[in-house]
Design a protein around this ligand. Structure first.
Ligand code: ATP
Ligand code: MG
Length: 416
């Protein structure tokens, strides 16, 4: 490999287990490097979430060197080395074969060359390797792109997106996470190939969209509109076929604005996203878990509800929306929606204050929190379950209206 590619002056501090794995492989005569996201994040001064290792050792050779390993994806060359309960993925240098369907390489071939392995990676900033002897190996200008804040494909963008269409969405996601621009060549290729995102599984699309929405620059969702990726992601879910064409700019801008003023809260950001994309069953179609679907739908259902800071009214609203959802997600969602409307925001601040009073006082917000229960009603001679339920609901209604009435004596007195 050309010496020009080595940046010896950059020092990355490796976690101890990573240093140990690299050293063990090297002592056995193999090349080994930390690679990909962990190198990118370290250079940026961000703590990496995980450390991946690339080596010329085959999976079997790697397995022979460590006490505890897991066969994560032997056919793709990946072995997980376990150290003190933590797993580190060690992958053999490989070249991805021809792609069958814009998703999976038909075959992978191991190679003895680090630069071949780096070449198969998606973006220049993700295609760097590091070890203590050689420093950073940067064959494609990844450090320059990190400095300039640019997402650029390794190699010819159209080829790379044709091999794997998910990379288009990864480009947008990294632009949101890092606040980077996508370079022209890469962006144009996404525009050209946007439709092929339909070949990617909904689960993988969900993961990338979630990382984008939860990023520090969620306003980069505008790139989904500019490239028309959003069109193909929600092809089936748009409410009307021409919906995208007509109000595209407005929707794009309001969504970007809302997301940038929203708290970094999963349910809040997704509810805002759905509020703006104007498509049906978005969460279901992206294969979200039931609790996300339930919580977001509940917020969307009450999107336009008039909220009052009068305590009796507010207690009713809390119960309708759900007491576990109201303060944590629903109020921040409503406040974000109202961000540009001073009067509405002012009123919501009063609602928030009243909400805090209600919670800190411990007002009854569920039938189960009443000072009486079904057995109490039964002991008064009411035997039919349905009737007991009706009475409890009536008492709950009474207490929602006036919290001071959640008193056992008083409530029992009401039944008699
Ligand atoms: P994150 O911070 O999300 O973990 P990452 O860059 O580490 O970001 P991973 O999905 O963990 O992303 O992948 C690790 C590395 O594998 C990437 O840095 C990149 O080099 C390579 N890679 C991952 N997905 C692809 C892909 N679809 N096409 C090409 N290379 C990929
Ligand atoms: Mg990673």
């Amino acid at each position: 490999m050309n010496d020009l590619y080595y940046k010896k002056n950059i020092k990355i501090s490796l976690p101890e287990p990573v240093g140990f794995i690299l050293k063990t492989l090297r002592n056995a005569g193999f090349e080994a490097y930390a690679v990909g996201g962990c190198v990118r994040d370290s250079i940026l001064g961000v703590t990496p979430k995980d450390w991946d290792i690339t080596t010329c050792a085959t999976p079997l050779e790697t397995k022979a060197l460590f006490n505890r390993t897991i066969d994560t994806g032997i056919q793709h060359g990946t072995v997980t080395v376990m150290i003190k309960g933590e797993g580190y993925e060690v992958t053999t240098y490989r070249v991805d074969g021809e792609y069958a369907d814009s998703r999976h390489p038909r075959e992978v071939t191991f190679t003895a060359s680090l630069s071949e392995d780096l070449k198969r990676r998606d973006f220049t900033i993700n295609a760097m390797a590091y070890n203590e002897e050689h420093g950073v190996v940067d064959c494609f200008g990844g450090i320059d792109d990190l400095e300039r804040g640019i997402i650029r494909c390794v190699g010819e963008p159209k080829e790379r997106f044709t091999e794997d269409a998910l990379r288009m969405l990864r480009a947008v996601r990294f632009s949101g996470v890092l606040g980077f621009d996508i370079c022209d060549g890469t962006l144009n290729a996404i525009k050209e190939l946007a439709e092929s995102i339909t070949k990617i599984s909904r689960e993988r699309i969900q993961v990338e969209l979630d990382k984008l929405l939860m990023s520090s620059h969620p306003d980069r969702v505008t790139v989904l509109y500019d490239t028309k990726l959003i069109n193909y992601i929600f092809k089936q879910e748009w409410k009307t076929p021409d919906n995208y064409e007509t109000t595209d700019d407005m929707k794009k801008l309001s969504l970007a604005g809302l997301l940038s003023s929203a708290p970094k809260e999963h349910y809040v950001r997704w509810a805002l996203f759905i509020t703006c994309v104007n498509a049906d069953n978005v969460l279901f179609s992206l294969k979200f878990d039931n609790s996300t679907i339930k919580i977001c739908n509940q917020m969307l259902k009450y999107k336009n509800m008039t909220l009052s800071s009068l305590e009796p009214d507010l207690r009713h609203s809390i119960v309708n929306v759900g007491k576990d959802i109201f303060g944590k997600y629903y109020l921040p969602y409503r406040m974000t929606l109202a961000a540009e409307n001073c009067a509405a925001l002012e009123e919501l601040k009063h609602v928030e204050a009243a909400y805090k009073t209600i919670i800190s006082r411990g007002d009854c917000l569920a039938v189960s929190e009443l000072a009486v229960n079904g057995n109490d009603i039964k002991s008064l001679g009411v035997s039919e379950g349905k009737e007991i339920g009706r009475i409890l609901n009536e008492l709950f209604e009474l207490v929602l209206t006036d919290y001071t009435k959640n008193d056992r004596e008083y409530l029992l007195g009401c039944v008699k």
